[in-house]
Structure formats: C-alpha cells, structure tokens
Design a protein. Structure first.
Lengths: 344, 344
C-alpha cells in the first residue's frame, strides 16, 4: 500500500467477480480489502445483510483493524453500525446498497456524523416499476379469484378490467417514481404525480398534484402507488382520512416504506372493502409479524421487502460504485449523496 | 320499415345503451331489432353466449321470423348456428364478437356459405397484452412462492428476476401480437417475432424469425408468447420438440388457441421442470376438464378463456360495428373480414 492509495473495505456480501471489477477499475490508486470470512454470508443472491459469522475475539479485532484503516466502505458495518464514526476514524464515504437509507441513518445517529453517504437510488427503479405493474395487474385482473377457482378445478368465465385507461397517482417522482410513471404511461395509464420539488412534470405524468391537493386528488384516481422516500414529512402520509378519500375499490401499491401508510388504517380499509386490494413490499414492522391480519386478506399480495432484489442487482450497484469511486478519486461530486436537509 | 332500410338483428347479449348507440348512428337507414327476451342472458359483463332462455314454440317461431328478415347479424345465432344460412336467407353479414372465429366457422360449415363474417381483431389487443405482461411477471417474480409463504405467514426474503432485459418470442404479429410486442418492448424486453407474412418488422420487434427458423430461435429466448390465429398451419405448432428446444426454465404464455400447443407435451414439460411456468387462457378442450393435470401445477396460472373479456369490451365492439355498418351502407370494404383462404 502506498501513501496515496485509498483503502476501500467491502463490508457486505459481494461476489468475488464484482470485487475484482472494483480492483481492476483504478489500478494502483485503490486498495480493495475483501475478507469474506469476516463479513456476513448472503442467504440469497444480492442479499446485503446476510447471516453474521461468529467472529470470535480474533476475528472482531481483525475487523476493527480493517475499519480503522478504511477510507471508503462498500455498505455499512453490520456488526456495530451505530459506532461507525468511532470505529472508522478515517472513513469519509459509505456507499450503501439500498435506496432508502434516511430512516436508518437517523435511527443510528449516523445522520450527525461528517461521513458522506451515497444511496442506490436508480438501481432498483426497473424491478420496482415491474412490481408496481405486476401488483396492479394482479389485482385488476383478479388473480386471487383465478387461483381459488384453479385450486377447485373450477372453470367459470368472468369479466376482468383493463389497466389501460385507469388513472394512477404516483407519490414520489425520484428515479423509482419516474420509472413507475413511464412504465404505467406505456401501458395506457393516465399518471398523476405528487412530489416535493416544483420541477416540471416528466413527460409521462399527465398532471402534477401538490401536497395540499392530495386528499382531493385521491378521490379521482383508481390506484395509488407510493414510491417516495420515507422522511418525517412522509411519515403516515396516507392515513385513515386519505384512505377514505379514495374511491371504493381503489388499489394501493407500496414500494416506499411501511411507515408512509398508517398500517392499522390500511388493514381496516382492506377488510371493510373500501380498498379493492393492495400489493405491499414494505411494512411498518419488518419482518411483518406473524400475527398481522394482512397475511390472510385475499386481496393483499405480500412481498417480504424483496422486490428490489434481483439477480443482476450487484452488477448494477458495482457499476454505480465504480463510477462514484472515480469521482471520489478525482474530487468530483458523487452521485446519490444522502441529503441531511431533505432527509433522503 | 321502409324498403331501403336494412334490418340489423342483435343476436347476443348487449346492453340497451349500446343498442341505442347503433340505432342513433344511422337514423332512417337501419332498423335495429333487439328483443332481449329472445336472446341469451349474460352471465357476466361482456358475456356473448350467455344462458339461453327456454323460448317455447312461440318464442322460437318469433326468433326464426326475425332471422328470416335480417340483413345483418350482430353476433352469431347461438340457437341453431349451423343452420344460419338456411334460417336467414337474406343475411349478408355477421359481425362476430370474438377475434378468433376461423375454427368455429369451419366446424359449423359456415365457412362455405356466401355470408361475410367480420371478427373483433384489435378490440381485445389491450387486455390480451396486459395478460401477457401479468403472466410473465407473475412467473418471473415467482408469485406462487410468495403466495405459499403468505398463506404460512412466513417472511423470507428472496431474489427475483427482472423482465427487463429478457428475450421473448411472440408468435403472431396481428393486432394482438403487435400490441404484445409494443408493450413488452416498453418494459425493456427484447422482442422477437414470427409471422406468416413477410411484411417488415414493427418497430418494437428486434428480429423477425421465419417458420423454418422457429426451432433454432426457441433455443435463444426466455419466453414464448402465442398470439397467432388458429389455422391448419398453426395446429400444434408447438409440440414436444419445440418445447424441448426452449432453454430450461423458459416461460410460455398462450392467448391464441389451445390447439396451437400439444397440451400433453406442454403438461409433461411443466411437470418435468423443463419449462419454468405457463400462463394459459386457452386449452385444447374448453372448459378445461376437471381431470386435467394442469390445474394442480404450481407454476401454471389458469384463466378460463376470459382475458379478452373486460368491462368496457362491448363499447369497443359496438364502436367497430358502427364503423363497419357505415361502410356496409356505403358499399365500402368492411374491417376485419374473415378470409377463407387464410383461415382467419
């Protein structure tokens, strides 16, 4: 290691070929430290937290040594996340592997540290948009009914509806929300959008709705898609009053964070039939408690916070990381920097 | 009724407001005959065959009288379909409410009559394309696994795949196939297409495959979508050899007709795991027999030949019928004429 080399510590599960791609990108300028036996084992492809090994005293000492030397972390230190600033005194930048990190940083107090955090916004846009399409079609075509009939070997023709021609409000028009809007518009949906900034509407968004117009707008849409960051401002953005404002039978897809909806009110609206159905990837408490009534509702499709996880995810994350690493080495602004003021 | 008026008999279930739209379109030139008590009762919105009433001798006599006077039929006579040419001696044109009518006409011998038949090709393109997207996403995101876990209240994160970036072969590039291709391309799919004619490829089709290249092409695609007419030429187009040519784990969506696939071979390929899954709206025998092994396969989504049936279907069919009726009155060529030579 030369004085001018910066030390990048890989802190979460990553395929060896991806580690090698990082190593090969800036020869001589970066030392990539990857000691797989010290970091969690992935439970599935593109798992970023994994099962932690029992490090023992020696292993933990070694891990702390690596943290002490690290200038850059690929993902958080899952062992002692809140102690990151203390354990890694040289650390200047953490590239997270998730898009929504605001709540995590605030909870651990990392928000207050001088470390730069970059998220993975954009990486997950395509699989998340695909999930939105799947969730809406699953509900609008009444797949639950088909599955009940199929289990009974029962053939009964029925009338479905079209997604085309429906109106959907997408809350949040960041990388994910814009891809959701683009995809839905291509399927003939009239997309309305709500976002914090007053930037002009993307081409696929027919109408921008302001925060103060939200409740009124909800009365005119067939479905609501939540794709916003979770911040104090979006905490329980959708409560009982907003759910009641939706037309009877409206659909909800949540790919944001569970806390953006009042889950008790959501459950009640699904049980009463006020809502036609929901496709949910995120929940107020995760894992979703075994006792949650959501599990048993026939008009709810539950995904275990997995829809952003696809087989090619790590390749895309490493593409972003290598691009950011080049910027870091050259002193240029990084992409996807967590903004403490906005909270995402 | 004046001599110059033509008589249009509504022969299948249709909402009164749609009948009124036909009446209002060409005042004085068309007599629209609609006696709902004589025609089948719909079992669901946009049902076109329905439950036949017990007409009795008087009712049947009245129905035959209406048929004798009819110049144009909106849909087939479901009572005595094969006797249509004899029972309706003045009949010049039947507007069907289905897209695929070739097999039906051939089976009943109506193929040989001088009557002009027009189908509903194009009307169903959007709901059929939506079903293709749903079927592919349902399988590629492993919804069957999610449903099993949901039923057990079991939270286990997993790695899904993206539809984006996959390659899909669409067989048949008529109105439906082109809409399927357009929609899949918008979702980032590389679409290959196969069709009978040598017209240039639609913009959304990256590569045209000829019939003789079919088996080779199958080896290079992630999924196969059948959207072709059923003709002697497409009878069992996909047999055991074609299924074996697909890569292991490939997906199939059939929105054409059941007879386009060898269903026994399909079932075996699904059971063996050679195929990753199938979304099927059509079957060799319909209703699908209760004893079919397809019902119980976890990687099969069964729809009872219903995916073209959507709540707004009759409005679109009547739009087409009114347009065709104007052409008929003016002596201009009709749209969607059944071609005896091509068989669709």
């Amino acid at each position: 290691m030369t004085e001018s080399q910066i030390s990048v510590l890989v802190a979460s599960p990553l395929e060896v070929e991806e580690v090698e791609r990082i190593r090969a990108a800036f020869p001589g300028r970066v030392r990539v430290v990857h000691e797989p036996e010290l970091i969690p084992q992935p439970r599935y492809v593109a798992d970023h937290s994994g099962t932690r090994p029992a490090l023992g005293a020696d292993g933990l000492a070694r891990w702390r040594e690596l943290l002490r030397e690290a200038d850059v972390l690929f993902d958080f230190d899952w062992y002692e996340p809140a102690a990151l600033a203390r354990n890694a005194p040289n650390l200047r930048w953490v590239q997270a592997t998730s898009s929504g990190i605001g709540e995590y940083l605030r909870r651990l107090g990392l928000d207050a540290s001088p470390i730069t955090f970059t998220n993975c916004a954009g990486i997950h846009a395509i699989p998340l948009a695909e999930w939105v399409v799947l969730g809406l079609l699953y509900l609008i075509k009444d797949v639950p009914r088909l599955r009940v009939d199929q289990a009974r070997h029962h053939w009964e023709r029925y009338t479905a509806r079209s997604l085309s021609g429906r109106r959907v409000l997408v809350v949040g028009l960041g990388g994910v929300g814009r891809e959701v809007a683009r995809t839905l518009a291509a399927l003939g949906v009239e997309v309305w959008g709500l976002r914090r900034s007053d930037a002009p509407a993307p081409e696929s968004v027919a109408r921008l709705v302001t925060r103060s117009e939200l409740r009124t707008a909800l009365g005119s849409v067939d479905a609501l898609v939540l794709a916003c960051p979770y911040t104090p401002e979006t905490h329980r953005l959708i409560g009982a009053a907003e759910l009641a404002a939706l037309p009877a039978g409206a659909l909800i897809v949540n790919i944001a964070r569970g806390q953006v909806i009042d889950e008790t009110a959501l459950t009640a609206a699904l049980e009463s039939g006020q809502l036609g159905g929901a496709a949910l990837d995120v929940f107020e408490v995760e894992p979703l408690p075994e006792t949650s009534r959501l599990w048993d509702l026939p008009n709810v499709l539950i995904s275990p916070h997995s829809v952003s996880t696809v087989d090619r995810e790590n390749r895309l994350i490493v593409d972003l990381f290598i691009d950011n690493l080049g910027r870091f080495l050259d002193g240029r602004p990084l992409r996807n920097v967590y903004d403490r003021a906005r909270g995402y």
